[in-house]
Design a protein around this ligand. Structure first.
Ligand code: PLP
Length: 389
C-alpha cells in the first residue's frame, strides 16, 4: 500500500512513543507485582506509578484522593464491573429502577439488556440530536433510582452528554443512587474529574489514547468502597484491593499510565489541536455533497459523523481504503453485529441514512494534509459512486 492515512482513532489509536518506551521498560521488569522479593516489588512500582499517573489525570492528588483506580482488561470489563458490581452489592436495596441512555456503547447497552431480563426496570433516556433529554430524566425521577449510567462522549456522533448536570440532579433527588459514566471516548479529550461529573464510577480504556489494546480501568469513589456498595465478580488472589483478582497486565498498565501522562502534560494544547483539525475537516467536508451530523450541544474534539447521498457506508469505506484512507462505517464494535447503528438512530437518523454514514475520527498524529487527502478522495468517489448508483 502506497500510503496510510488513519482516521479511525475512535476505534483504536496507534501506540505513542511514550507508551512504547514504558512497555519496553515493563517488559524487562518481569516480576509478579504480588511477589515480595525485589523483582516483584519492581513490577509493583511500575503498576503503582501508572495508577498515580492515571489518578492525576482524573484530578486526584496523591494523599488527597477521593477514590481508587482498579485496572481491568478493557473498558468493557470496567463497565461490567461497575454495573453488575453496583447492582448486586445492594442486598437489601429498595430501588429497582436503572437509568441509562438510548445510545450507550454495547459494553453498557448489552449489560442493561441483561439487567432488564433479570427483573430490573431499565429506562433508556433519549439522546436525539446528541442531547440527553432533561425532561425524560425529570419524569423518570418519580421513583427511587438504584443506578444511572450515562456515557460522556458518544463514540459514533461525538456528542458530549451533560453528565455532571444530570448526575447532580439524580443525586439531589436520591442521594443513594449510584452514578456510572463510560468516559472511554472522553478521557483526555475533555477535561473532567469525578467531582465535575458527579460520578461514583468511571470507565476508561487505554487503546483510545495511544496505549495498547487490552487494558482498561475503573475509578471507584471512596464512599462507595467503604460502604461496600460495589462487589467484584472476578474472585481469586485478591489483586487490585480485592476488586479484580488476576495477575496484573503490567506492560499494558505501564503504557496506559505513560500515554495518559503524556496527554496530561500537553493538556489544553492537545485538545486545541484536535479541535482545530475537526473544524478544518468540517469546513472542507461541508463543501462536498454530504451532510455533517453535527450534535446540537457540546461535541468532542476528535469525532465527525457524515451521511453520504444514498451511498452505503461500506461501499465508500472500501473505496477510501483502496486510496489508503481508513475511516469507519459506525463503531468498530457494532460492525460485528451487522445491525443498524443504535447511536445514529437515537440521534435521529433514518435507517437508510444510518446505513450511509461514515465516522471520521482524529488523533494528534493527524495533519491538515490528511484531511485534504480525505476531502479529495471523498469528492472523487462521491462523483464516481453517484454515477454508478
Ligand atoms: N465505551 C465506548 C464509548 C467505546 O467507544 C468503547 C470502544 O470502542 C468501549 C466502551 C469499549 O472499550 P474496550 O474496547 O476497551 O473494551
Amino acid at each position: 500500500m502506497e500510503r496510510m492515512i488513519y482516521l479511525d482513532n475512535s476505534a483504536t489509536t496507534p501506540l505513542s512513543a511514550a507508551a512504547k518506551e514504558a512497555m519496553l521498560f515493563a517488559m524487562e521488569t518481569f516480576g509478579n507485582p504480588s511477589s515480595l522479593h525485589p523483582a516483584g516489588q519492581a513490577a509493583r512500582r511500575v503498576v503503582e506509578t501508572a495508577r498515580e499517573q492515571l489518578l492525576a489525570c482524573l484530578g486526584q492528588r496523591p494523599r488527597q484522593k477521593n477514590g481508587m483506580l482498579v485496572f481491568t482488561s478493557c473498558g468493557t470489563e470496567a463497565s461490567s464491573l461497575a454495573l453488575f458490581g453496583a447492582v448486586y452489592a445492594k442486598e437489601r436495596r429498595t430501588a429497582n429502577r436503572i437509568l441509562t441512555t438510548d445510545s450507550e456503547h454495547p459494553s453498557v447497552g448489552r449489560v442493561m439488556d441483561q439487567l432488564e431480563k433479570r427483573g430490573f426496570e431499565v429506562i433508556r433516556l433519549s439522546t436525539r440530536s446528541g442531547v440527553l433529554s432533561a425532561d425524560e430524566l425529570e419524569a423518570a425521577l418519580d421513583r427511587p433510582i438504584l443506578l444511572a449510567s450515562f456515557m460522556l462522549v458518544n463514540n459514533e456522533t461525538g456528542a458530549v452528554y451533560d453528565v455532571g448536570k444530570h448526575f447532580r440532579r439524580i443525586k439531589a433527588a436520591y442521594p443513594d443512587a449510584v452514578t456510572h459514566c463510560d468516559a472511554v471516548q472522553g478521557f483526555m479529550k475533555l477535561p473532567f474529574t469525578p467531582a465535575s461529573l458527579c460520578a461514583d464510577l468511571i470507565s476508561l480504556s487505554g487503546h483510545k489514547l495511544h496505549a495498547p489494546k487490552g487494558i482498561g480501568a475503573l475509578y471507584i469513589a471512596e464512599p462507595l468502597l467503604k460502604a461496600k456498595r460495589i462487589v467484584p465478580f472476578l474472585h481469586g488472589g485478591g489483586q487490585e484491593s480485592g476488586m479484580r483478582s488476576g495477575t496484573e497486565n503490567v506492560i499494558g498498565i505501564a503504557a496506559f499510565g505513560a500515554a495518559a501522562e503524556d496527554a496530561r502534560r500537553r493538556g489544553d494544547a492537545l485538545r486545541q489541536s484536535l479541535c482545530d483539525l475537526r473544524d478544518y475537516a468540517e469546513e472542507k467536508l461541508s463543501r462536498l455533497e454530504l451532510r455533517i451530523n453535527r450534535p446540537a450541544g457540546e461535541r468532542a474534539p476528535h469525532i465527525l459523523n457524515v451521511t453520504l447521498p444514498s451511498i452505503r457506508s461500506e461501499t465508500m469505506l472500501h473505496a477510501l481504503s483502496a486510496d489508503g484512507i481508513f475511516v469507519s462505517a459506525g463503531s468498530a464494535c457494532s460492525s460485528h453485529a451487522k445491525t443498524h447503528s443504535q447511536s445514529l438512530l437515537a440521534f435521529g437518523l433514518s435507517v437508510a441514512d444510518a446505513d450511509c454514514s461514515l465516522r471520521i475520527s482524529f488523533s494528534e498524529q493527524n495533519t491538515r494534509a490528511d484531511i485534504d487527502a480525505l476531502a479529495e478522495a471523498l469528492q472523487q468517489n462521491l462523483a464516481r459512486l453517484v454515477r454508478v448508483r
